[in-house]
Design a protein around this ligand. Structure first.
Ligand SMILES: NC(=O)c1ccc[n+]([C@@H]2O[C@H](COP(=O)([O-])OP(=O)(O)OC[C@H]3O[C@@H](n4cnc5c(N)ncnc54)[C@H](O)[C@@H]3O)[C@@H](O)[C@H]2O)c1
Ligand SMILES: O=C(O)[C@H](O)[C@H](O)COP(=O)(O)O
Length: 372
């Protein structure tokens, strides 16, 4: 069995070696002839999987994307060809939530804002939005959820607000898939008209898909002097982004919100399990067998919690300013894809054990995701 996989899938060789002949490829430049004899194709979001890519291939049985987003996959085409398709729902949702939290901590310190004074509007309450909601709850940060599709689902008991209410919050964080059709299509969900409603003190965070915000309209608004604070991880038309926007961003990164080692590697593991199931093989490998020990393994807390201490904990694991600095320094030299390919290791809160030796029963660090 010929298994072709994106070179940016951590532990792919370790997971898949026993299942077939492995070939790694560079996701942006994959050609139809390169994969003409693939039985299994494992991609990430930069590879568009459609008729144009697969026209030379007659053998394909399985396509997997080690990502949450699926807007790069022509699923009806795969289904017409009877090729099984799997994505990796939720794989890097914790990583996205930790990115947003780190951005909030950094901005709160930069502008002397207390996080507990803010209300966050989470637009899209699936995996990434829900993980963010849990972490905000752990820090007692007020937030509302907007998700008209889940609001219509009687099984989901959470309270939802209309979009306009979420967009009015001090912080607006976007967590929707990119969709172009239907009543709740998200392409340019934030168009010029909605952007114009933002007030001077708001923070807008986009760590879902660039096309959810009309980037040209956003640039125009910033060029006209709107003080909206921007955190942009994703861009329209990656990797050829609207670079004039960069200088208007408080925090800006190269689509790496989901790039914790655990988040990326969970995507590989989910596809490994899905392929094993298709092949009727019992999976015998687990991600825990491959993850290295983190640089910092254990922390002991010896004083009562306050916002400063919790913010320190967040930044100790992941300070988004590192990725912002790399982006600003390298975007015009090495380019968008290079920054992503050479992403330095980042671990999730769960890689660190936090021991409480402060006489308090408060469990905030563990609710935030740190290991007990
Ligand atoms: N920046 C990154 O590194 C990164 C990482 C992971 C995911 N993503 C992107 O984030 C998206 C969301 O991820 P997820 O795991 O939360 O997906 P998910 O499918 O679990 O949840 C998405 C939610 O958005 C809701 N939704 C759809 N249209 C909406 C609309 N118009 N208004 C409000 N809500 C709407 C859906 O009902 C769903 O509950 C992914 O599709 C992917 O494109 C980006
Ligand atoms: O949809 C996702 O899971 C994320 O956007 C993911 O982090 C994208 O990473 P890529 O596949 O482009 O490496």
């Amino acid at each position: 069995m010929n298994i072709f996989y994106d070179e940016n899938m951590p532990f792919a060789a370790e997971f898949f070696a026993d299942l077939g002949q492995l070939t790694a490829f560079s996701g942006r430049s994959l050609s139809p002839t390169a994969i003409c004899d693939a039985d299994v194709l494992l991609v990430r979001s930069i590879t568009k999987v459609n008729e144009a890519l697969l026209k030379e291939n007659k053998n394909l049985r399985f396509v997997g994307t080690a990502t949450i987003g699926v807007d790069h996959i022509d699923q009806p085409y795969l289904s017409d060809r009877n090729v099984n398709f799997h994505s990796a729902p939720g794989c890097n949702a914790v990583s996205v939530a930790e990115y947003v939290l780190s951005a909030l901590v950094v901005l709160a310190e930069r502008y002397l804002i207390s996080l507990s004074s803010l209300t966050v509007g989470i637009v899209g309450a699936g995996n990434t939005g829900s993980r963010l909601s849990e972490k905000l709850s752990a820090l007692n940060i007020k937030h509302v959820l907007c998700d008209p599709l889940l609001a219509d689902n009687p099984a989901d008991k959470r309270e939802f607000v209309p979009l306009e209410q979420a967009l009015n919050c001090d912080v607006v964080s976007l967590h929707v898939p990119l969709t172009r059709k239907g009543k709740h299509a998200t392409y340019h969900l934030l168009n010029a008209e909605r952007l114009a409603q933002f007030n001077d003190n708001q923070i807008l965070i986009n760590a879902c898909r660039g096309e959810v915000i009309d980037n040209a309209a956003l640039l125009k608004m910033k060029q006209q002097g709107h003080p909206l604070k921007l955190v942009l991880d994703v861009w329209e038309n990656e990797p050829n982004i609207l670079s004039a926007l960069i200088s208007y961003c408080e925090i800006t990164t190269a689509h790496i919100a989901g790039y914790s080692l655990e988040g990326k590697a969970r995507g590989t593991e989910i596809l490994y399990r899905a392929l094993c199931e298709q092949l009727d093989i019992l999976p015998n490998k687990r991600l825990a067998d491959f993850l290295p020990a983190p640089a910092i393994g254990k922390v002991e807390i010896k004083q009562a919690f306050d916002e400063i201490l919790l913010n320190q904990l967040v930044k100790m694991v992941y300070d988004v300013r590192r990725d912002d600095a790399i982006f600003r320094q390298q975007i015009n030299v090495q380019g968008f894809d290079h920054i992503r390919k050479t992403y330095p290791t980042r671990r999730e809160f769960s890689s660190i054990t936090v021991k409480l030796n402060n006489g308090l029963s408060s469990d905030a660090p563990h609710q935030l995701g740190f290991n007990k």
